[in-house]
Design a protein around this ligand. Structure first.
Ligand code: AMP
Length: 396
């Protein structure tokens, strides 16, 4: 699929040219203090590379949900300040997005200079992917670089629309997502093991469907395992279950069988009487949950089986916790699996949201081949969907 084979900033000439770079500077703020600068530091390799090569760099991003109006609560001023610190030179912030101030500032840029325009979501046209707005934004530059993977599944003016008017390539963050996740999906080194968890089957139907076409082993843990249990006729006590997805769960089990995919569900479960942090953990076998308990984590035997599968894998994709990992008593399954993935020699890919947070929390990020940065975007990528912010880039 061509979505995995896109030009990057390495494939184009940038010297003396104005380059509009879409970043994901949607950082968490406490007042005007950035509480986690990761998204900014991760964007630096692309920005520095363009500056070093003499590009005239115009950065843009969204921040929060200002709902299409100028609201300085969502200004990128804290980002401009942090970027200035990290780059060791002032990064001027325009007072507007496509207005006079941004235009005036862009006109002053010399080779190797950098600036930031205000929050693109100050205009309602951004999320509507309005062509006139996209064209205006594009008129600032001669090249478009998308490096915001977290919004690549959205067709907005600054993530996709501008590519109608400018040659478009990816930055290093999107390049890495494509190379590693795209590589695993299109040409995995086998055995290929996928592990899916989290609360709901309904959120991950597309992912399960797509991965069943590609993996050797599919492991299901977390709350969604109980919908599969019920579909198989097991008792599930008071565990969460999506009763309207039982037929679908049966279809997926059938599909796995037809494809010869090894489909693993927990063989035992850590359960509790209540959904609370201090509820007493109790172990139950797969088909033996008491009526008054709910499954909260994968059991001891299950951890062994799942970790063995990981140990033997050459490619591992993981998305979603194995239990209620917010509660220490029920986080052991998730942590054990996270460690097994970190310790394996496989190409390991951890997709977004809670599992990425778990990897960070346990200090394992450096031992994972790739922790995908976008929650929704990485799920859609794993579903095999075309992401507008990537599809719009030039093919190699
Ligand atoms: P998701 O956003 O779909 O990846 O799901 C993450 C959420 O699933 C976390 O908040 C977990 O607490 C929750 N979760 C995982 N296992 C269970 C379970 N056995 N019962 C209820 N919630 C669960």
């Amino acid at each position: 699929m061509s979505m995995y084979n896109k030009k990057s900033i390495d494939d184009i000439e940038v010297k003396g040219r104005k380059v509009l770079v879409r970043c994901d500077f949607n950082v968490p703020l406490d007042g005007d203090v950035i509480t986690d600068t990761k998204r900014i530091t991760e964007a630096l390799p692309t920005i520095k590379n363009l500056m070093d090569r003499g590009a005239r760099v115009i950065l843009c991003s969204h921040m929060g949900r200002p709902k299409g109006v100028f609201n300085m609560k969502y200004s990128l001023a804290p980002v401009a300040k942090k970027l200035s610190e990290l780059l060791g030179r002032e990064v001027p912030l325009a007072k507007d997005v496509i207005g006079e101030d941004a235009k005036a500032l862009a006109a002053t840029l010399g080779d190797g200079d950098v600036m930031l325009i205000e929050n693109v979501r100050f205009h309602k046209e951004e999320e509507k992917n309005d062509p006139a707005f996209a064209k205006e934004l594009a008129s600032f530059a001669e090249i478009f670089v998308n490096d915001a993977f977290g919004t690549a599944h959205r067709a907005h003016a600054s993530t996709a629309g501008v590519a109608d008017y400018l040659p478009a390539v990816c930055g290093y963050l999107i390049q890495k997502e494509i190379r590693i996740m795209g590589g695993a999906l299109s040409n995995p080194v086998r055995p290929f093991v996928a592990i899916l968890g989290g609360a709901k089957v309904s959120d991950k139907i597309g992912v399960i469907n797509n991965l069943l076409e590609k993996v050797d082993t599919l492991i299901i843990g977390g709350g969604m395992a109980y919908t599969f249990y019920k579909a198989k006729g097991y008792t599930i006590g008071t565990s969460i279950c999506e009763d309207d997805k039982l037929d679908l769960a049966r279809d997926l089990l059938e599909k796995a069988k037809a494809k010869g995919v090894n489909f693993l569900l927990p063989v035992d479960n850590v359960c509790s009487k209540e959904f609370s942090a201090d509820s007493e953990p109790m172990l139950f076998p797969a088909d033996g949950l008491a009526d008054d308990v709910m499954g909260m984590d994968i059991g001891v035997k299950t951890r062994e089986i799942f970790c063995d599968a990981v140990k033997n894998a050459k490619t591992v994709v993981w998305n979603g916790p194995m239990g209620v990992c917010e509660f220490a008593n029920f986080a052991v399954g998730t942590e054990t699996l996270a460690k097994a993935i970190a310790d394996s020699d496989a190409t390991s890919i951890v997709g977004g949201g809670d599992s990425a947070a778990a990897i960070e929390k346990f200090g394992l990020a450096s031992k994972i081949t790739h922790v995908s940065t976008g929650g929704g975007a990485s799920l859609e990528f794993l579903e095999g969907l075309e992401l507008p912010g990537i599809a719009c880039l030039q093919d190699k």
